[in-house]
Ligand binder design. Structure first.
Ligand code: SAH
Length: 477
């Protein structure tokens, strides 16, 4: 860092500028935002400068700079649109003891003026040490768009409320108050009632936070559904909206995490079926730690939290710590998967029961389990089954299942990249390996896509991937 960014106190101090043309104008527009006393030295000042002088916003001296003009000045700008005059005036100002900036001359400048995003008293200064002015402009434009125009007003009002907010304990409670204010509450009260409405709104917000302080932490085990945010329950949305901390699994989609309160802390518990994962005990401890500290923790699990979610271990840990908890159910992957193929999980006369299995445990299956699964008409949804597919195929054949038994594998159910592989027990492998599914997938034993046999011919079906895109399923007959 060759230039150290600081904010200089200029209220009531002198800033002197030499020059009256374009370079001077662009610097003056910035400098006029300050509370410094501005002096401009120019033989031929632009009309704007004359007007500013008339309005008392700066002092205009109509002559070239002379020794002593920059005495006691905090800053001096040489902005003459003339390199020689810039060099001359800069030397004079240096002799007077001022810090010097030469417009468009990085080497000759003792300080540089950053690009500024102005929400006074909140200002963002952007500097690239002259390396990339275009980048500085792009960053500025980006921030201009992102920071509410009312931010300055809110900050000014907020400043007057700091003492009152000290009624909240230092740390999380006070932070939560201010992040609510700057995270939308302030903007809304300003939009609804103008500046006069903000202070009373702050009083109310403080009341709420003071009241909430003694509320103990709690945990909601929330089902995030299969991935489509529209398949969240209203309760899940509400919980996300209110959470202080969201601890989520790998399969929860970014679109759903977007719905969490902006101030919430998001923690990736990164549990993966086979890959690296956070140990369960560490997740249990994390949930308890945050809730014990008073937070409303949302433990967000894909699908339904009660299905292959290790929910009970987490509940036991939370209960052992004496923390209150609730479960918000979600749409499990099997439901989304059969919806995607236009089928029912149960059907009168075909199957009165449905099994939900995990491919993880199947190695421990007893013979009678396999025999039951191999019966005609049986429907089972197998989660986490991709790696066990060949084993499942072998066992079912061995126990007499028909090779023609339909098997449909639904990958990324409910998501834009949903894919459906319609196959049979006989062809499950190699079809599945060939399809190279990389997303989460449910294998549905005993169900074919309802309309696919009509939409796609048999060859395509056994050729594995029915759909790179989703097959066009016809309406229910
Ligand atoms: N609690 C979750 C299941 C977690 S186990 C639920 O109720 O859905 C993880 C397994 O769920 C994955 O290996 C996959 O088999 C299945 N799964 C989760 N989301 C899925 C999706 N969108 N499409 C297909 N299968 C999914």
């Amino acid at each position: 860092m060759k230039h150290f960014p600081i904010y200089l106190a200029v209220e009531g101090r002198r800033i002197v500028l030499s020059g009256g043309g374009d370079a001077a104008l662009s610097k003056l527009r910035l400098l006029l935002k300050t509370e410094a006393h501005l002096t401009v030295l120019a033989t031929d000042p632009a009309p704007e400068i004359v007007d500013w002088a008339k309005a008392g916003r700066l002092r205009l001296v109509r002559r070239a700079m002379a020794p002593g003009d920059a005495l006691c000045a905090a800053l001096f700008y040489s902005a003459n649109d003339d390199a020689r005059e810039d060099a001359r005036t800069a030397a004079l100002a240096r002799a007077d003891g001022a810090l010097v900036n030469m417009v468009d001359n990085l080497e000759g400048s003792q300080f540089i003026t950053p690009a500024i995003v102005d929400r006074d008293p909140v200002t963002v200064a952007i500097g690239t040490e002259g390396a990339a002015p275009v980048l500085a402009r792009a960053i500025k434009a980006d921030l201009e768009e992102r920071l509410s125009p009312a931010l300055g007003t809110l900050a000014r009002i907020g400043k007057t409320f700091r003492k009152a907010a000290d009624a909240l304990p230092f740390g999380r409670p006070r932070r939560a108050f201010w992040s609510d204010y700057y995270g939308g509450y302030g903007d809304r009260s300003l939009a609804q009632g103008g500046e006069g409405a903000v202070r009373p709104a702050l009083d109310r917000l403080l009341e709420t936070h003071l009241g909430a302080q003694d509320e103990p932490g709690r945990v909601s085990f929330v089902g995030a559904g299969p991935g489509d945010p529209e398949l969240l329950t209203l309760q899940a949305r509400k919980a996300l909206h209110e959470a202080d901390v969201v601890i989520y699994d790998r399969l929860v989609t970014p679109e759903i995490l977007e719905l969490a309160r902006r101030e919430a802390t998001l923690i990736d518990a990164g549990k993966e079926g086979f890959g690296p994962s956070t140990p369960q005990e560490a997740i249990d401890a994390m949930i308890v730690e945050h809730a014990a500290g008073g937070a409303h923790v949302v433990r967000l699990k894909s699908g339904d939290p009660t299905v292959f979610g290790r929910l009970d271990e987490e509940i036991e840990a939370v209960e052992a710590a004496g923390i209150a908890w609730t479960i918000v159910p979600g749409i499990t992957a099997a439901s989304a998967a059969v919806a995607g193929i236009g089928q029912s999980l149960t059907r009168r006369g075909r199957n009165a029961a449905i099994r939900i299995l995990t491919g993880h445990d199947m190695k421990g299956f007893a013979d009678h389990d396999w025999a039951a699964l191999a019966r005609p008409g049986e429907v089972a949804a197998i989660y986490m089954g991709k790696r066990a597919a060949r084993f499942i195929q072998g066992r079912l054949m061995m126990h007499g299942a028909s090779p023609e038994t339909p098997i449909t594998v639904i990958e990324n159910a409910s998501r834009p990249d949903e894919r459906i592989l319609a196959t049979t027990l006989a062809t499950l492998e190699p079809d599945l390996s060939r399809a190279q599914l990389s997303g989460p997938a449910v294998m549905v034993l005993g169900l074919a896509p309802r309309a696919a046999s009509r939409v796609l011919d048999r060859d395509q079906i056994s050729a594995a991937i029915v759909a790179q895109e989703r097959p066009v399923l016809e309406a229910t007959p």
